[in-house]
Design a protein around this ligand. Structure first.
Ligand SMILES: Nc1ncnc2c1ncn2[C@@H]1O[C@H](COP(=O)(O)OP(=O)(O)OP(=O)(O)O)[C@@H](O)[C@H]1O
Length: 306
């Protein structure tokens, strides 16, 4: 649905993006990760036709973004990183204004706007001026604006940035619903736990180039490994003691976390009986012993270190 080949855009011969290749499957949710200034917004702006690349090609829904921008514009919705809303307009009028810009017919406009306001849980606030809206309400309304033309593809630049946990969770749920409706969603975010829950695949940018890409499962398998978590009683002394014992039986990357010891291993099932046995022999009571899956955060920091 979204493809990019060799996208390069340098602002001053140095900063920007270099040779970006992307592929986002129709109906999937894609996470685009990277530090501040790594080039996420630049890439999004090129993909939606707001910025011309120095070289490379991008297409959305099979249409070349540079040479065929109109069908691309019709099929996309964009939530910018910085949301600009008119403070003196109401929520309804904000969406009405955007609907008119999209030339949505007068007869369809009211129904479409009300449908979106209900979906976003903003219907009761439809006649309130934006100047009185909280940050979470503004973000939801901006998302509503991006949805007004019922786009097949959504580009969301940091959709939950600066929101409280409840507002973030609401946006997250909305994004999951969009995926269920079959929409393709391209998200940038610094909140890795959210990306992990929402996205099917990710690319990680560093200094303008992609350093890692793949499905969530593939990228975790490539850049991280599962771990074993052992909770012992009698912490902290026993936890420290347990860590020493685990190192002595050949465990790697052993870490003490309060009353738990974590160790990374590519073969947790094989190692778990040996861990249990060694701690029992040392008279350290094991309260819990379980396999932990790698987190996207582990992958991200590993890629950043390389
Ligand atoms: N209009 C511009 N003129 C000059 N340099 C720019 C411009 N826009 C972006 N840059 C530079 O290009 C690089 C990439 O910026 P970009 O905004 O794409 O990063 P980002 O990953 O979206 O960052 P953030 O996470 O902070 O939003 C940065 O070094 C930035 O300073």
């Amino acid at each position: 649905m979204i493809t990019a080949k060799g996208l390069t855009k340098l602002y001053d011969g140095k900063h920007g993006i270099r040779n970006i290749d992307l592929y986002v499957r129709k109906g999937s949710t894609f996470g685009f990760l990277g530090k501040n200034g790594s080039g996420k917004t630049t890439t999004i702006k090129i993909l939606i036709g707001l910025l011309k690349p120095d070289s490379g090609i991008a297409s959305v829904g099979g249409y070349d973004v540079s040479s065929d921008p109109m069908p691309v514009r019709r099929m996309i919705g964009y939530l910018p990183e910085t949301v600009g809303l008119y403070e003196y307009l109401t929520a309804f009028d904000t969406l009405d204004y955007t609907a008119r810009l999209h030339r949505i017919k007068a007869g369809d406009r009211k129904e479409r706007i009300e449908h979106i306001l209900k979906d976003l849980d903003l219907y009761d606030s439809r006649n309130i001026k934006i100047g009185n809206f909280s940050k979470g309400m503004r973000q939801k309304l901006a998302l509503g604006r991006a949805l007004i033309n019922d786009p097949d593809v959504l580009f969301l630049d940091e959709p939950t940035s600066g929101l409280d946990p409840q507002a973030s969770r609401n946006i997250e749920a909305l994004i999951k619903d969009l995926k269920k409706e079959g929409k393709t969603v391209f998200i940038t975010s610094h909140i890795l736990s959210e990306v992990e829950k929402m996205c099917d695949s990710v690319s990680i940018l560093k200094e303008g180039t992609i350093r890692a890409s793949g499905s969530m499962a593939d990228i975790k398998a490539k850049y991280s490994s599962p771990s074993i978590l052992v909770r012992v009683s009698g912490a902290p002394l026993n936890a420290e003691k347990a860590a020493g014992i685990l190192v002595s039986i050949g465990a790697e990357q052993v870490e003490v976390l309060d009353d738990c010891v974590s160790l990374k291993t590519g073969r947790p099932e094989e190692l778990m009986p040996a861990v249990n046995r060694a701690l029992l022999e040392a008279n350290i009571p094991v309260v819990e012993l379980k396999r932990m899956e790698p987190a996207l955060e582990d992958v991200y920091f590993k890629v950043m270190e390389e």
